[in-house]
Design a protein around this ligand. Structure first.
Ligand code: UT7
Length: 329
């Protein structure tokens, strides 16, 4: 019995803050243009938190929607996993604060840190717990407030990022519905492609590190771009091969939303028409771990995926990490 179990997604949710930063806003504060940002990335606007909003605000908003869609109350959950690189605070985990906000008691709650691949990592972990038979109803959330670690004086990075959360409720399935396959990778030698230097133990936070902008993201954009193009293509190929699927068997590809050029090159390689590739980067930019579940929740809401759909998730990010999944809804 246990061997035939897998995780199915019973509910999806997402939450974005109301405040919009358009490309026109960046034209006013930096030497950039709507044309440059649109052509190089596909981004037109992104959302950022307002005073009083934090990672947990977004996470709980997405979680409540996912629970409602699953027809489940929070006290039926057996585990909470939160993927984030911008935790509510350094200690305790964001998942524990989410648990308290949801009013749930005495279930395991922990964070997963895998940058933009975080949701797919967390989904895979949740799926393993369900496959083992040890846990039943698992809330997998990805929430990031990248605006808290973005240097708004660095035009090479600040135009890219936004804040958001996405969530899913996993339940056991013993039929073909559910997570068919997950694949996780990391290559730590590329840690300095994308990182925040200060605030950890290597460079503790001081007045000087703050003045030097060392608490903000540093990115080797070109290098990440090359890595991303290669890994996005690899992930699609691997998911198709391992699940014995042809591109025409797939209803939707949901890639990490970071740059329309990266997405389009992967789609082209496998002849996926762009209407089978979900893109919402124009509205939200790169929202890190939240990107994939935010896109998946929107695809569901818009009726572009539904019961019976076969969906590939493909994500990559700092670490370097990359991760993919195939889900049958
Ligand atoms: O979640 C995963 C993490 N991040 C990524 O996956 C990012 C992947 N990388 C990318 O998407 C692209 O590399 C970027 C969009 C970040 C940059 O595009 P690019 O075509 O690789 O540009 P570039 O970095 O090679 O820069 C080209 C020029 C430079 O000027 P010079 O040196 O040629 O005079 C930059 O200074 O564009 C300049 N530039 C800008 N110009 C206007 C960089 N940012 C901007 C900007 N507005 N915002």
């Amino acid at each position: 019995m246990a061997n035939s179990l897998r995780a199915a997604i019973a509910g999806l949710g997402s939450f974005v803050p109301e405040k919009v930063l358009s490309n026109a806003y960046f034209e006013k504060i930096l030497d950039t243009s709507d044309e440059w940002i649109t052509q190089r990335t596909g981004i037109k606007e992104r959302r950022v938190v307002s005073e009083g909003q934090s990672t947990v605000t977004l996470a709980v908003g997405a979680a409540r929607e996912a629970l409602a869609q699953a027809g489940m109350s929070a006290d039926e959950l057996d585990m909470i996993i939160c993927a984030t690189i911008t935790p509510e605070m350094p200690l305790p985990t964001t998942a524990c604060v989410i648990q308290a906000e949801l009013g749930v008691k005495d279930i395991p709650a922990f964070d997963v840190v895998a940058a933009c691949s975080g949701y797919v990592y967390a989904l895979s972990i949740g799926d393993q717990f369900i496959r083992s038979g040890a846990y039943k109803n698992i809330l997998v959330i990805a929430a990031d407030v990248l605006s808290s670690i973005t240097d708004y004086e660095d035009r090479g990075t600040c135009v890219l990022f936004g804040d958001a959360a996405g969530a899913s409720v996993l339940v056991p399935s013993d039929d073909e519905k559910g997570v068919m396959y997950t694949v996780l990778h990391a290559e730590g030698s590329g840690w300095d492609y994308l990182y925040v230097p200060a605030g950890g133990t290597r460079m503790r936070g001081t007045a000087e590190t703050i003045a030097n902008h060392d608490h903000f993201i540093k990115m080797r954009g070109r290098d990440i771009y090359k890595f991303a193009v290669e890994k996005m293509q690899w992930l699609l190929g691997d998911c198709l091969e391992k699940c014995n699927l042809k591109p025409e068997d797939v209803d939707m590809v949901i890639p990490h939303q970071v740059n329309i050029r990266i997405i389009a090159s992967a789609a082209k390689k496998f002849n996926f028409p762009m209407d089978k590739v979900f893109v919402n980067i124009d509205k939200y930019g790169n929202t890190s771990a939240a990107s994939v579940p935010l896109a998946m929740a929107e695809a569901w809401r818009q009726g572009r995926i539904g019961p019976g759909s076969t969906v590939i998730l493909a994500a990559f990010g700092a670490g370097l990490t990359w991760a993919g999944a195939v889900i049958k809804f």
